[in-house]
Design a protein around this ligand. Structure first.
Ligand SMILES: [Zn+2]
Length: 262
């Protein structure tokens, strides 16, 4: 049993606005499950905007949240259904911290996307907190939510690729503002036409301001960059370069081991 004070501390640690912890359970080898509840006892009808206090049904399910130290954290949430007095129809409430039909909190999705941009999908998935399918879903949601705006003050652009479904040839290009560490856009594919079209839409002023473009050395992006960004210097993508260096070192190590055995 967790005392009142313990619950209060857990609520503070969880730090989700408008949400309080009700109870917690620890499972060895799995993690911590926090049962949480919305502080407010009402919701607003999405059809007519009327505030409803009339609870219709409880919908409890478990989602993933950011880990706490080395412990995985799951939230047992309740997406309540209210009945609108005006429309006479039930509606399910909106929760700020989790999208409908998703198995993870918004903040876990944001953190995961940041990690994917710094590493790659497989290495992030191998940590075991989120699955590859969940990461793909997060990226798809993120690309749909990104405002279709032109980048502001873009000086260093990173072009990377993400495999949406490995082995299906379903790749998409990801554009990152390297100075701000921010996702600019996720494109629907990675062909030269798709990328070129996006750049052309940005216009010559934005393209002319780009000073550095970091790309994967082994694809055809360089041609587009040289053609459209007159002031940009093309540099090798640091992750792909690191991977190449690691592979190189690995081969050297293996060769040395082989020699040592002789
Ligand atoms: Zn209504």
């Amino acid at each position: 049993m967790t005392g009142k004070r313990g619950i209060k501390i857990l609520t503070e640690l969880l730090d989700l606005s408008g949400v309080k912890v009700i109870s917690h359970r620890l499972y060895v080898g799995i993690g911590m499950i926090l049962q949480v509840e919305q502080e407010k006892s009402f919701s607003t009808c999405p059809r007519c905007g009327t505030t409803s206090h009339k609870l219709h049904q409880n919908h409890r399910y478990i989602i993933k949240d950011l880990p706490f130290g080395e412990k995985e954290v799951f939230l047992e949430i309740n997406r309540r259904q209210f009945k609108c007095e005006q429309c006479k129809k039930p509606f399910s409430e909106n929760l700020d911290f989790v999208k409908k039909k998703r198995t993870y909190t918004k903040r876990l999705a944001n953190k995961t996307i940041q990690e994917v941009l710094e590493n790659d999908i497989l290495s992030v998935a191998s940590k075991g907190i989120v699955t590859k399918d969940e990461i793909e879903r997060m990226l798809k949601d993120a690309s749909e939510e990104l405002p279709n705006l032109k980048p502001i003050n873009l000086k260093r652009l990173g072009i990377d690729e993400i495999a949406l479904k490995k082995g299906h040839g379903n790749y998409c290009a990801v554009l990152v503002d390297l100075d701000q560490g921010k996702l600019v856009t996720i494109l629907s594919g990675r062909t030269q036409e798709i990328i070129k079209q996006t750049f052309v839409e940005w216009g010559t002023e934005i393209l002319g301001n780009i000073e550095k473009v970091s790309i994967d050395l082994w694809n055809g992006y360089k041609k587009i960059v040289t053609e459209l960004m007159p002031n940009a210097q093309v540099v090798a993508d640091r992750f792909h370069v690191m991977a190449q260096i690691n592979k190189e070192l690995d081969t050297q190590k293996k060769e040395k081991n082989a020699k040592d055995k002789i």
